[in-house]
Ligand binder design. Structure first.
Ligand SMILES: Nc1ncnc2c1ncn2[C@@H]1O[C@H](COP(=O)(O)OP(=O)(O)OP(=O)(O)O)[C@@H](O)[C@H]1O
Ligand SMILES: [Mg+2]
Length: 515
């Protein structure tokens, strides 16, 4: 008679149970279902009260599958695994993958366990081990994939945030001209198109302001050459004229051909104006240096010519007094010489304004007073005789703390004479003062006229020294250049709005803080 506790021969019943469990595994269905059914079959085959499978996952978590409730506690599983014996009618068998314990198969019998049952449990445990190891690997992979996906999502959101935070319009197209990225700046603004609307459509469906052919050529150029293209574009779509710097950048997903083009649009209006101001300032400085160099050379001969002219005049008068018949033409010639010398001296004096040390004494100036003084001086100017002159002075205009009233009068006079010239004495001129929006542009004075205006193409030239459209003898083209220099010396700005044929407004904006 064999001792049932030491028998190692599986009984037919145990073999049947094993076959039943294997059969459950041969059915094609999800692992979770197979495990639950197999455990149930096992439970019934060996007449156990509960049957559960514990899985110790790599991350330390315990996953369980169970047939029947409740499950054995982890402590009792560990206890029975430790001594290899059943504890409180519970029998636990190791499930190992290679030499690693991955879990335990646990049965609560509530009675002594037979050896053949232990054999059966071991066989089932061996059967389950590769499935569990596989399930665990899949689960780990799933967890890793989920973590990687979350990381990639996070990185994508981060990159999107970066391109959305840029103060530039940015979009990306592929070789079919389809839009793949469209940042926040492209969504906002007057010409804004939402991202949902843009993504997936061709750039020609979305951007209509540029002619189709031109836009296509620009992209094709980048695709073909692989080189960055950069150019500037003027646009008045948002109301006032703005300058944009457009950059098209090739992008390669692989190593070879350009697969995408990134387009960046940047509003460079302020930068460009600043640069123009800088160029202007440099030109003025160069003129100043030049003037300083030549003034001496010119002033001396001019003084000599003037003195000789005077001398000739006295001589002719002398001869006349002595009864000589002096031709009247000679006096006319002398007068011409006198006038021309005077004109040359005036030009030299104006040029000197550039070369004089800039920092003239500054004290608090009220722009309203400057306007009044200028109007007083202009009262007798021939150009203003028949003109309608409107004065609109602001109350409580902030004082310009560092100003030179004399120079500012000179600026206003130059602007008003220009306005009078532009209106041919027939239109109207308005002089206006007002408080500015910020302390850097704190006090503003404007001279508006209803004259012939300035063509857009000429706008960039009017502050250039010697640029004039007036007939020879009427203008030297220095008025605005000098105004520019004076206003700059006051840390202010000078702006122009003009519509050809309608009139112009020159605006001087001065700081109302000390600098
Ligand atoms: N209010 C205005 N309306 C139309 N054009 C103007 C006006 N102000 C200036 N301009 C244009 O700008 C040019 C340059 O002006 P600027 O005052 O520098 O020189 P000018 O008036 O020609 O000569 P100058 O002032 O030295 O006697 C003018 O010749 C004119 O073409
Ligand atoms: Mg002028």
């Amino acid at each position: 008679m064999t001792d049932p506790t030491t028998s190692t021969v599986p009984t037919p019943r145990a073999l049947d149970a094993l076959a039943a469990v294997i059969a459950e595994f041969n059915v094609s269905r999800p692992l979770e279902t197979s495990l639950a059914v197999a455990l149930d079959t096992l439970c019934r085959s060996v007449d156990a009260r509960e049957c559960s499978l514990w899985l110790h996952t790599a991350d330390g978590l315990v996953r369980t599958w169970a047939a029947g409730e409740p499950q054995a506690s982890e402590a009792s599983v560990n206890a029975s695994l430790a001594d290899g014996q059943e504890a409180q009618g519970v029998r636990a068998v190791r499930v190992t993958a290679g030499d690693r314990r991955v879990g335990a198969l646990v049965l609560r019998f509530g009675r002594p366990v037979r050896d053949e049952e232990v054999l059966l449990l071991n066989a089932v445990a061996n059967l389950l081990a590769p499935e569990l190891a596989h399930a665990e690997r899949s689960r780990q992979l799933e967890v890793e994939v989920a973590a990687r996906t979350a990381e990639i999502d996070g990185q994508r959101r981060f990159t999107e945030k970066i391109i959305d935070s840029l103060p530039l319009g940015l979009y990306v197209i592929d070789r079919e001209y389809r839009i793949h990225a469209w940042n926040r700046k492209r969504e906002t603004g007057m010409q804004g198109v939402s991202r949902d609307e843009a993504i997936g459509r061709t750039v020609f469906d979305i951007l209509h302001r540029q002619p189709f052919e031109m836009l296509r050529r620009e992209f094709d150029e980048v695709f073909a050459t692989g080189r960055i293209q950069e150019y500037q574009m003027e646009s008045s779509a948002s109301g006032d004229a703005r300058t944009y710097r457009i950059t098209k950048i090739p992008m390669r997903l692989g190593d070879s051909a350009v697969t995408h083009v990134i387009t960046i649009g940047e509003d460079v209006t302020d930068w460009r104006q600043g640069q123009q101001r800088h160029v202007q300032a440099e030109k003025l400085a160069a003129i100043g240096t030049l003037a300083a160099g030549v003034m001496h050379e010119i002033n001396n001969p001019l003084a000599t010519i003037a003195a000789c002219g005077d001398g000739l005049g006295y001589r002719l008068e002398d001869l006349q007094r002595k009864g000589a018949d002096v031709n009247k033409d000679l006096f006319d010639y002398l007068e011409i010489i006198d006038n021309e010398v005077l004109r040359c001296k005036q030009i030299v004096d104006q040029l000197l304004d550039f070369s004089r040390p800039k920092q003239l004494a500054k004290s608090p100036v009220d722009l309203n007073d400057v306007v009044e003084k200028t109007l007083f001086l202009m009262k007798h100017h021939a150009g203003f005789k028949k003109m309608a002159l409107v004065k609109e002075l602001a109350d409580a205009l902030p004082v310009v703390p560092l100003g030179n009233a004399e120079q500012l009068v000179q600026v206003l006079m130059a602007l008003m004479i220009n306005a009078a010239d532009a209106t041919d004495g027939r239109g109207s001129i308005t002089v206006r003062t007002r408080k500015g929006p910020t302390t850097t542009d704190g006090a503003i004075v404007e001279v508006s006229d209803t004259g012939h205006g300035i063509a857009r193409s000429e706008m960039s030239k009017i502050f250039e020294p010697f640029y004039t459209t007036k007939p020879p003898g009427r203008g030297t083209g220095l008025g605005l250049a000098i105004c520019y220099g004076i206003v700059q010396d006051h840390r202010g700005r000078i702006e122009v709005d003009s519509v050809s044929g309608k009139g112009s407004t020159f605006r001087v904006l001065l700081p109302t803080i000390e600098w």
